[in-house]
Design a protein around this ligand. Structure first.
Ligand SMILES: N[C@@H](CCC(=O)N[C@@H](CS)C(=O)NCC(=O)O)C(=O)O
Length: 338
């Protein structure tokens, strides 16, 4: 009797509570909505320009929108407002005034005529729909490569080209946590009003979940090579991914290519993709790149230099040992040994 009661109190009850919490969290993650599109609420504006873009300079989603704005010929009509999303300790995207505009607490957010438009894929669709500049929409068959899905379920399954690049970029998040302090990062992330989002970001940033070995292996061996092969095939027939002119297919993936380049991984992946190599040289020469890929504001120069030095060291290792060794993943068996 006594043993049974002790067992119930000390083992079974806490175990049931833990299982309950885990099931609840898993359920919340599975059904988590994604806030997208034009929001009904009006927000205070900060400039007289028609568009305001809240962005972080090294966010793939922000770079995609900046590239798109420049290709539309709208760069002069945009007021750019840089937010530190915690890489330099400020976590401005979690401040109440920003969360009132974007309850996701993510960048980018475009404000057009005082209305916030959320999510990079929806921002570019929205801008294509308001009749300014050239139409840039790619055929729907390219929709999966354009999207940057950072929701936990997508990252967890390493779905899609850009998500796989986000997985390999966990390295950059590690650098920022390493440089700017674990406890500061932890307490800052607690500020997010949605407990689930808050928990996931803490796990991601502090434990490097993005660098989960099976996920990294899938990114290196499958998701990225397969998508590059598909893009290379498309580029064998024309100058741009979806035809003879630039579209959101090219704009959508370009930041992921830039990220692979800054991690020192691009040469590895492009070795067997000659058409992508040619396309990438031509893409980088476009004037829109100067608007899209920028340094952070001068106040972050010292921190930015530290991150740059960390990346340089990471690239050196990739060059010396190759991505499989550096990410701790078993290399694929050479074809002749299969
Ligand atoms: N699907 C969204 C994803 C937005 C997103 O996750 N943005 C990242 C930067 S690329 C962010 O703001 N992260 C904030 C954080 O990790 O705390 C989009 O395409 O805009």
């Amino acid at each position: 009797m006594f043993v049974g009661a002790v067992l119930l109190r000390v083992v079974l009850a806490p175990l049931a509570a833990v299982v309950g919490v885990v099931v609840y969290i898993a359920y919340k993650i599975a059904v988590a909505p994604r806030l997208t599109g034009k929001q009904p609420n009006k927000v205070p504006t900060r400039s007289s320009k028609p568009f305001e873009l809240y962005y972080f300079h090294d966010s793939l989603c922000s770079q995609k929108v900046r590239l798109f704005l420049a290709e539309k010929g709208l760069s002069d009509q945009v007021a750019s407002i840089h937010l530190d999303i915690g890489h330099y300790k400020h976590f401005q995207h979690l401040e109440p005034w920003y969360l009132a505009m974007d309850p996701n607490g993510t960048v980018p957010c475009l404000v057009h005529d005082a209305h916030p438009v959320l999510d990079s894929t929806h921002i570019i669709k929205y801008l294509d729909g308001i009749g300014v500049g050239p139409m840039l929409a790619a055929p729907t068959e390219w929709a999966d490569v354009i999207d940057v899905d950072t929701r936990p379920q997508a990252v967890g399954a390493c779905e899609g080209f850009q998500t796989a690049v986000v997985v390999l970029s966990g390295q950059i998040l590690r650098l920022s946590v390493e440089f700017f302090g674990v406890s500061d990062t932890f307490f800052a992330l607690l500020r997010h009003p949605q407990p689930i989002v808050c928990l996931i970001r803490i796990i991601n940033r502090l434990t490097g979940v993005h660098l989960d070995p099976p996920n990294v292996e899938k990114a290196l061996r499958e998701t990225i090579p397969q998508n590059l092969a598909r893009i290379d095939k498309a580029l064998s027939a024309h100058d741009f991914i979806a035809g003879d002119t630039i579209t959101t297919a090219d704009i959508g993936v370009a930041p992921a290519f830039m990220r692979l380049e800054s991690l020192g991984l691009l040469d590895h992946f492009l070795a067997s993709a000659p058409n992508v190599q040619r396309w990438w040289v031509a893409m980088k020469a476009r004037p829109s790149f100067a608007f899209a890929f920028v340094d952070p504001p001068a106040e972050y120069a010292v921190e930015h230099d530290k991150v740059k030095a960390g990346l340089l060291e990471f690239r050196r290792k990739i060059k010396a040992y190759g991505p499989f060794v550096v990410y701790g993943v078993k290399p694929p068996t050479p074809k002749h040994l299969l």
